[in-house]
Structures are given as structure tokens and as C-alpha cells.
Design a binder for this molecule. Structure first.
Ligand SMILES: NC(=O)c1ccc[n+]([C@@H]2O[C@H](COP(=O)([O-])OP(=O)(O)OC[C@H]3O[C@@H](n4cnc5c(N)ncnc54)[C@H](OP(=O)(O)O)[C@@H]3O)[C@@H](O)[C@H]2O)c1
Length: 374
């Protein structure tokens, strides 16, 4: 018997509040196009990208932090991460762990039945190295908040792991972003890296991956999460926004400067972060959860020969490297909570409370194995 032509999916119907996330049971089941693989989703991780797209936060009209409430940017028409209006309705969800169930013409049939993690960066086959032509799973094409998702076969990475799908789904976006930030800033064992938002998905991956390179890590996080970050290998853990960052660093490390700032927070504390960079230091940023508009004293930048780096589109090859880290146990999953797909709104509300360490995911029951949960 063939698979039914429709499936359960949570569909984002437009910019707005959580009510824009609608559970459907009539969403088209994906067909494996030429060169594609269809993955039965075991679990899919949550990301701030999903929230920001729903609220229209990426719009240049928005100047405040990412809070999960409708940011007003949707009205301007530039509320997607790439600067355009997303093509609603569509299925979000970038971080897919599951099993390949079908492949299209030209894709390796040996993939069917393999357990995989999916690389969310979708490359133009005509120009795979051109970051300007990369698109993102769950933003530019239907993602993993569904029973199944179709992706280019090159994006599925079979892996051997004792981890659950829920644990595996904590990795893709957060650890890809973190590893790319560390690559962009050329972080090595001699570096002292200050990580903001260190308890979150990207931040906790930054702590682990910078430690993996032998760097010394200082983490900024809410006090309730300090023990968890020390357990990941941070040499010092400081409050989310220390009143005097220089003094706090000096007290913790015996030095008031760092060589690298790896930042996902931005906002009002940003000038203090930049001011903690030693001569020749590198700032790398991939997020602005506390606010995208910051004050830059150009004298800090040029008199200290600093480098400012942005990090979003991840070069090919990085995902395969991360899968190796996961298989070898060099990167630990930090699964804060797992909700069934049907409770995605609740999962996102919990994600927005920022009490978690690591990531929140939704799990998707195998439709062939069980009746849908009520
Ligand atoms: N460019 C990219 O490709 C890319 C990819 C992934 C994520 N991002 C961005 O990176 C940022 C972090 O993502 P994530 O998935 O790691 O998020 P997350 O899991 O929610 O972690 C972010 C953490 O930042 C801390 N924080 C500090 N100031 C905050 C504030 N004003 N509001 C809320 N949280 C604050 C919180 O930890 P404490 O409570 O411990 O302070 C929070 O848990 C987001 O802005 C996201 O959009 C960008």
C-alpha cells in the first residue's frame, strides 16, 4: 500500500502570533523529486528563526529584541531572513532527524531505511559555493514540523549513533552556526572566547566546540544555568549582563580582555562586549536576540585593530564534520524538552521563556505505527 497523499503538519499561515501556527492533517505528503530524498521525521528542533519569521522580526522596520510577539515588520514585506516576504503558507522546522523512506530518480536507493540528520542549508546545484544562492530548510522550502520532509539527497547525512532522534534534532542549526562562527573567527587553542547567550542552542554549542578546539571559554548566562555551563567546560561563567564586565573577567580569569567575542545577543550590552576585545581581537556575531541596533565606538574598532565578522550561511563540508563529532561523542546533545508535534505552539512558548539549557524539539509519531495522539 502506498503512503497516503496527505499528512499532519504544522503550517505557518502568515506573520503574527502563535495562532498563525495551524495543525493540519491535509497537508500534501512530499513527493521525492529528481535527486531528492523524503525523510520520515522522528524529531525536529525549534529555532529562533521560526519565531522571528512568524513575528516579522527580520524586517528592517523592527529595532527591538526578539520576543515572540508580532514585531510589526510583517506589514513592510521584508519579514523573512533573506529580506523578502516568506511565501505563506508553509511548514517551518530546520533541524530534522529521522529515516529516509523514499528517494527520487537519480538519488542513491541505498539511502532508503537509513537514519539521517539533515543539513538545513540548501545549495544551488549550479553554484554550490555561492552563499548568496543558499536557501534554508523550513524558511524557503517546507521543513520538518510534519510527518515527512523532502530535501536534496545530498543534504541527508546517514549516521551511526545511540542518541535518540529527539537528541539528534538538537544539533543541526545550533551546532552548524556555532562551528561556522568559530571557523570565521579562526578560533584555536590560544584563544580566550567570550560566549554570550551561552545557555541557548547556539551558545551551548559554542562552548562545547570552542572547548573542543582547546580554547578557554568564558560564558555569559542567567545564574540558574551556570552549573550546566561549567559542566560543559567553561572556565568561567558570568551573569547575563554583568554591571562591570571588565572587573568580572578580571576576577574570574585574572585578565580583563578576551581574544574573541562570539555573540548571539547584541542589544544594549554590545559596546561593553566589543570593549573587552584585546588588541587584534575578533568579534563574530550570528544573532541579536536582545536587539539588532547597537552603538559602535569606531575608535574601539580601529585603534585596537579589531575584526568584525558576521556568520550565517555555512560553507559546504561543515555539516559532515559535525556529524563526525556527533558520532564520536565529541559534541553532547542538550535536550531541554521534547513535545509532540501537535503541541508545537506550547513548545514554542516554553522555548520563548528562556529557562532552557540547550534546545527544545518536537517529536513526530510514526503514522504507520500509532494512531495520532489526541
Ligand atoms: N545567523 C544564523 O544563522 C543563526 C542561527 C541560529 C541562531 N541564530 C540567532 O542566534 C540567537 C540565539 O539563538 P538560539 O537558538 O541559541 O536561542 P536560545 O536557545 O533561545 O538562546 C538564547 C539565549 O540568549 C540569552 N539571552 C540574553 N539576553 C537575552 C534577551 N534579551 N532575550 C532573550 N534571551 C537572551 C538567554 O540565555 P540566558 O537566560 O541564560 O541569558 C537565551 O537562552 C537568536 O537571535 C537567533 O536568531 C542565528
Amino acid at each position: 500500500m502506498g503512503a497516503p497523499e496527505t499528512m499532519r503538519a504544522v503550517v505557518l499561515t502568515g506573520h503574527g502570533g502563535p495562532e498563525r501556527l495551524e495543525l493540519r492533517s491535509d497537508w500534501p505528503r512530499p513527493v521525492a523529486g529528481a535527486g531528492e530524498a523524503v525523510v520520515r521525521v522522528g524529531a525536529c528542533g525549534l529555532n529562533t528563526t521560526d519565531v522571528n519569521t512568524r513575528t516579522g522580526w527580520y524586517s528592517k522596520a523592527v529595532r527591538g529584541g526578539s520576543t515572540g510577539t508580532a514585531a510589526g515588520g510583517g506589514a513592510v514585506g521584508d519579514g523573512g531572513w533573506g529580506g523578502a516576504r516568506p511565501r505563506f503558507p508553509f511548514v517551518q522546522g530546520a533541524d530534522v532527524a529521522g529515516t529516509v523512506v523514499r528517494v527520487g530518480a537519480g538519488a542513491d536507493p541505498g539511502l532508503v531505511g537509513r537514519r539521517v540528520l539533515v543539513d538545513p542549508w540548501l545549495r544551488d546545484p549550479a553554484a554550490p559555493l555561492d552563499p548568496a544562492r543558499c536557501t534554508y530548510l523550513g524558511s524557503d522550502r517546507d521543513g520538518g514540523f510534519a510527518e515527512e520532509v523532502a530535501v536534496p539527497a545530498g543534504n541527508v547525512h546517514p549516521l551511526e549513533s545511540a542518541l535518540t532522534d529527539a537528541e539528534l534534532a538538537t544539533f543541526p542549526t545550533s551546532s552548524l552556526t556555532a562551528e561556522n562562527m568559530l571557523d570565521r573567527a579562526a578560533v584555536g587553542a590560544a584563544d580566550v572566547v567570550l560566549v554570550t547567550g551561552a545557555s541557548g542552542g547556539v551558545g551551548s554549542a559554542l562552548v562545547q566546540l570552542a572547548r573542543r578546539r582547546g580554547a578557554t571559554v568564558v560564558a555569559l548566562a542567567a545564574e540558574a544555568k551556570h552549573a550546566a555551563l561549567a559542566a560543559l567546560g567553561a572556565s568561567a561563567v558570568l551573569p547575563r549582563a554583568p554591571a562591570d564586565l571588565a572587573a568580572a573577567l578580571d576576577a574570574a580569569l585574572g585578565r580583563a580582555t578576551v581574544t574573541v567575542v562570539a555573540d548571539v545577543v547584541g542589544g544594549a550590552g554590545w559596546p561593553q562586549l566589543l570593549d573587552r576585545l584585546a588588541h587584534g581581537g575578533r568579534y563574530v556575531g550570528s544573532g541579536a536576540i536582545a536587539g539588532p541596533i547597537v552603538e559602535l565606538d569606531l575608535r574601539t574598532l580601529y585603534l585596537r585593530d579589531l575584526t568584525l565578522l558576521g556568520a550565517t550561511v555555512v560553507p559546504p563540508g561543515t555539516f559532515a564534520r559535525l556529524v563526525g563529532y556527533v558520532e564520536r561523542g565529541e559534541l553532547r546533545p542538550l535536550l531541554a524538552a521534547a513535545y509532540p508535534l501537535e503541541r508545537l505552539r506550547e513548545a514554542q512558548a516554553a522555548f520563548l521563556e528562556k529557562r532552557h539549557v540547550g534546545n527544545v524539539v518536537v517529536t513526530v509519531a510514526d503514522p504507520a505505527a500509532a494512531a495520532p495522539p489526541t
